[in-house]
Design a protein around this ligand. Sequence first.
Ligand code: AFP
Length: 355
Amino acid sequence: MTNQQQPVAQEHALDRDCKTLSRHVLEQFQSFSAEAQDLSAIMNRIALAAKLISRRLSRAGLMAGVLGFTGEVNVQGESVKKMDVYANEVFISVFKQSGLVCRLASEELEEPYYIPENCPIGRYTLLYDPIDGSSNVDINLNVGSIFSIRQQEGNDIDGEARDLLQDGRNQIAGGYILYGPSTILVYSIGNGVHSFILDPSLGEFILSQENIQIPKHGPVYSTNEGNFWQWNEAIRDYTRYVHRHEGYTARYSGALVGDLHRILLQGGVFIYPGTVKKPEGKLRLLYETAPLAFLVEQAGGKASTGTQDILDVVPEKLHARTPLIIGSKEDVDLVESFIQDRARRDSDEAVVAGS
Ligand code: AFP
């Protein structure tokens, strides 16, 4: 490297190090409006929660009382892990005194957490899944957090949070944090999808990729094939199709955030369908499927229940679930085509049987 090139390279490295998350959010708005400043501050708080959770996860095996179950069962009927409780409290703690939100609604809480009256109250609601893929925690595999930001509508005097029961197009921002070999935060405020990597030496999330576009098609299909015989015929038809055609490969980690991150960068489809017994599937709309659908649509991909865009689903209750087919547009379209085919065949058979 010549002496002249050296300062240029140094300048680039410095520029890159200064592209922090909060600065990036402000740049997206191209203004210092109150909304821009609020959202920049909210993202900064989410980043702080991510750093605290990441720090805890990185030392979990060395500390007492971090891994394993608490012995309690949450509102979803699932056994609660100590890390779920910790991560849930982290988000509450970082937002409680912030003056940015009025409520937090979490997969781990039966009712939303309302900011107490003696604390400053903001106009946004944070919805989140504190630890997604918690079965991976005890074995040191990747896990994630998922978040969504919505603005409060009305004053929610009865504390029922009914204004949250709206479709996903109402979200202001959505994103996830992936706790893997590095900690990555991916977000969208409706203006493209951007990813940041936590630089532990700086304690800052630094921009790594701007305006991510998901490939139109990819080789990966990501689903729990252990449920094959509990799925309806359409999803089985699709699975048989990928088994019989070249160019497909299966990847499934047990943590949606990790599987989706792969698909966002390399293309493919993640499927968590309903089963015959549970047609609504497992994943929660407000904390998982809607925020990820918001993000994936922003990256040029698609998210569907199989018959409807996820972002058009209006939940009947806070903890509503939906089936999820998400990823590259062509791959989601292909899964949907199997569902439509089956529906057509079923209705033709019903006509024949009735005649
Ligand atoms: P947990 O957080 O309870 O482990 O659930 C993870 C998850 O919501 C999602 O991240 C996974 O893709 C999916 O459920 C795994 O579910 P199965 O174990 O039924 O495949």
